[in-house]
Write a protein that binds this ligand. Structure first.
Ligand code: AMP
Ligand code: GLY
Length: 442
C-alpha cells in the first residue's frame, strides 16, 4: 500500500512514525512545505510543495499511485485537499472541506451545536457589525472571550481579564477582527468564559463511530505559571489510563458523547460524513463539560501524547477512518506521557527567526525520550528554525512525574536561542490543577 502524508510539523512527524510502526506492508510518501528532517528520514519518498494547493497534492498522489492519504494540518483541509483527492477516487483519512468547518469557522461550529441541540455551548453571540457586537458586550455581566471566526494558528482568542484588561480594549480587538486583521473571516464570536480545567479529547472518526484516545492537557500560554500570550501549545501531558488526575470518567464520557452527537449533526447539516481525526477541546467546569472548540485534526503537541503509546495498528485505523469501518476501540499502553516544546526566543510575538539549533538525538534516545521536529527546515545538513515552535520532546513513564523528568532532561540536549516551559508536567503544577478542581466541585 502506498500511503501519503500531507504536512510537515511535529504532529506529522508523530503521524508518520506511527504509520511506519504498522505491521502492514507499505511505502510511505510525504508532501511537505519545507523539509522536516524527521519526516524526510522516515519517508520512502518525499517532495516539497504547497500543501494548500489541492491540484499539486493530487498530482503527486496520482504520480505515485497513492492508495491512502493522511492529512495532518488544518490549512490543507480548509483548502479542499481531501475533496480534490476523493473526487479522483483516492481514499483519505481526513474530513472534506465542508465538514472541516467545525474547526475552520467557529461560527459554523457554535451554530451547528445550537441548531442540533448538542448541549455544550457556552452563551455566545456572533457579529459582523461593530456596533451590535459592542452592544452585546455592554449587555453581558459575565466574563467573556473574543474569537475571530477563521483560522489564526491558535493565536486569535483573547480572554477578558487575561489578555484584555477592559471593555475598551475588547472593543478595539473586535474592530481588528471585523477588519479581518486577525483571521480571514470578518466575523467575531463573543462568548461566555468557562471556568475550570481544560482537556483535549482526540478521536478517530469514520462518519459514525467515534473512537476516543486518552485525555490530554495542553498549555496554551507561552510562559511558566500559565502567563503570557497564547501559543500553538507549549507542552502537554496525559496520565496512565484515559483520565487526567484532576478529572473523572464522567468528564471523559460527556466529552465523547458531545463529539458523537456533533458527528451526527455534521451529517444532518451538510449531508457529508465527518471522517478523520477529531479534536475536542473541553472545559471541565463546576457543572459539567463545555466545548471550547473543535479541531478537524490531531493536536500539536497532543498528537505526540497519544500516538506514542498507541498499541493498535495505526495504518488499520487510518484505513478504517477513510473506508468508514473503524473497529470499536483503539488500544493504548497504560503509560503517562509528557511533551515539551522548544520555541525560538521571543515566540510567539517577536520570534527570532532562522536560528540554528542542534539536537543530540542519541543522548535523548539514551534517556528514553522521543524527538519530534516542528517548524524547522534542514538546509545543508543544518537545522534552522522558522518563527514557530521548533522541536518537541516526549517522555513516557509509569507516572506523569517520571515522564516529566525524561522530557526535561532531554531538553538539555537541544541547543540554540530557544526557550521552553519547565513547569509542564511537574508535580507542583498537577497538584495545583487537582486543588483547583476540588475547590470548584466541592
Ligand atoms: P482556542 O484557540 O479556541 O483553542 O482558544 C485558545 C484558548 O483560549 C483555549 O485553550 C482556552 O484557554 C481559551 N478559551 C477559548 N474559549 C474559551 C471559553 N469560552 N472560556 C474560557 N476559555 C476559553
Ligand atoms: N495544541 C492545540 C492545537 O493543536 O490546536
Amino acid at each position: 500500500m502506498n500511503i501519503l502524508l500531507v504536512g510537515n510539523g511535529a504532529r506529522e512527524h508523530a503521524i508518520i512514525k506511527a504509520l511506519s510502526e504498522s505491521r502492514q506492508k507499505k511505502k510511505l510518501y510525504s508532501f511537505m512545505s519545507a523539509k522536516n528532517p524527521g519526516i524526510a528520514r522516515i519517508s520512502d519518498k518525499y517532495t516539497i510543495g504547497d500543501t494548500c494547493k489541492p491540484e499539486e497534492v493530487l498530482k503527486y498522489a496520482l504520480e505515485n499511485k497513492v492508495d491512502l492519504v493522511v492529512v495532518g494540518p488544518e490549512a490543507p483541509l480548509n483548502a479542499g485537499v481531501v475533496d480534490a483527492l476523493e473526487d479522483k477516487g483516492i481514499r483519505c483519512a481526513g474530513p472534506r472541506k465542508i465538514a472541516a468547518q467545525l474547526e475552520t469557522d467557529k461560527t459554523f461550529c457554535r451554530s451547528l451545536l445550537e441548531k442540533h441541540k448538542v448541549k455544550s455551548n457556552p452563551k455566545y453571540g456572533i457579529f459582523e457589525d461593530y456596533r451590535q457586537a459592542c452592544k452585546y458586550l455592554d449587555s453581558i455581566y459575565h466574563d467573556f472571550v473574543l474569537k475571530p471566526a477563521g483560522l489564526t494558528g491558535g493565536k486569535g482568542v483573547k480572554v477578558f481579564g487575561e489578555h484584555l484588561k477592559n471593555k475598551e480594549e475588547a472593543k478595539e480587538y473586535i474592530k481588528e477582527i471585523l477588519n479581518a486583521k486577525v483571521g480571514h473571516i470578518p466575523k467575531v464570536v463573543v462568548e461566555e468564559k468557562l471556568v475550570g480545567e481544560e482537556f483535549t479529547l482526540q478521536a478517530f472518526v469514520d462518519g459514525n463511530r467515534v473512537v476516543g484516545a486518552p485525555m490530554v492537557q495542553d498549555h496554551k500560554r507561552a510562559y511558566e505559571g500559565d502567563k503570557g500570550p497564547n501559543t500553538g501549545g507549549m507542552g502537554s501531558y496525559s496520565d496512565k489510563g484515559f483520565i487526567l488526575p484532576f478529572l473523572t470518567e464522567r468528564d471523559y464520557q460527556q466529552g465523547l458523547e458531545v463529539m458523537e452527537e456533533t458527528v451526527k449533526a455534521v451529517k444532518k447539516e451538510t449531508g457529508v460524513e465527518y471522517k478523520g481525526f477529531l479534536y475536542g477541546q473541553f472545559m471541565a467546569t463546576k457543572s459539567g463539560v463545555g466545548l471550547i472548540e473543535y479541531n478537524a485534526r490531531l493536536g500539536d503537541p497532543e498528537a505526540m501524547n497519544i500516538l506514542s503509546i498507541l498499541e493498535s495498528d495505526f495504518v488499520d485505523i487510518c484505513q478504517g477512518m477513510a473506508d468508514m469501518n473503524l473497529k470499536k476501540n483503539a488500544k493504548f499502553s497504560r503509560k503517562a506521557t509528557v511533551c515539551k516544546y522548544m520555541a525560538p526566543e521571543g515566540y510567539p510575538e517577536n520570534p527570532k527567526k532562522d536560528v540554528e539549533l542542534t539536537v543530540d538525538e542519541n543522548a535523548i534516545k539514551k534517556l528514553g525520550g522521543g524527538v519530534y521536529y516542528a517548524s524547522v527546515r534542514e538546509e545543508n545538513g543544518k537545522i534552522i528554525s522558522s518563527k514557530s515552535r521548533s522541536v518537541a520532546v516526549l517522555g513516557v513513564g509509569n507516572t506523569i512525574s517520571e515522564a516529566e523528568k525524561v522530557a526535561e532532561k532531554s531538553m538539555q540536549h537541544i541547543k540554540g536561542d530557544l526557550f521552553h516551559r519547565k513547569d509542564i508536567g511537574t508535580d507542583a503544577l498537577i497538584q495545583k490543577r487537582i486543588k483547583h478542581m476540588k475547590e470548584l466541585r466541592k
